[in-house]
Write a protein that binds this ligand. Sequence first.
Ligand code: JB2
Length: 215
Amino acid sequence: MPDRAVVVIGAGGHAKVAIEALRGAGWRVVGLTDLDSRPRQVLGAEVIGGDEALERLRGDGVEHAFVALGDNSLRRRMAGKAVDLGYRLATAISPSATVSAYARVAEGAAIFPRAVVNPDADIGELAIVNTSAVVEHDCRVGACAHIAPGAVLAGGVTVGEGALVGAGAAVRPGVSIGAGAIVGAGSAVVADVPAGGVVAGAPARPIGSQERPAG
Ligand code: JB2
């Protein structure tokens, strides 16, 4: 039986859901690091300090880290630091999530309670499929993208790296959402969204763009 010890990076709201998912999947959370390094507990796990504690923990033999930061760019950056320190990225799949045996979930991803990931879907490294989100068959969710709670991707949707699909949004089959794009909460996306595009509404319309795609 391999050691299932994991350190969680970030001690905010995302960490709470991640800790439950990790524990449910058999991980032992040895502690958290946070920018706010004051000692405290999150769901009974200790905040042991800032990210400088990561090196010591690795030296103590902790092999896995989970980056529990909801911001897509920050999550990518912190994961890079953890990997540079020699960590492997843990994957947090809640026991109540339904993940097809024919789906692929890359390292560092989060699949939260009651989310559904159907056959031949591909969930990229560090992506988040948040609570009750649905990723239908043949979807591709890029690295560091975030499918927020209750969002629904119909079959064959592509979500680019670092994109955010807001809570409760619905995306029509086969639509492509570009890297770093943002889809507003509750939107109905019926046409492709370019990289860095920001859309909202039902049907979703452009409301701006980001100069540099996030993530
Ligand atoms: O560089 C960092 C760093 N920067 C901010 N390293 C570490 N270890 N921690 C960092 N933080 C910490 O992330 C902040 O001090 C804060 O404690 C935490 C962010 O907490 P917050 O609750 O604001 O966001 P979150 O990322 O945990 O969750 C967001 O994303 C989720 C997907 C929220 O929007 C949630 O509502 C959402 N469900």
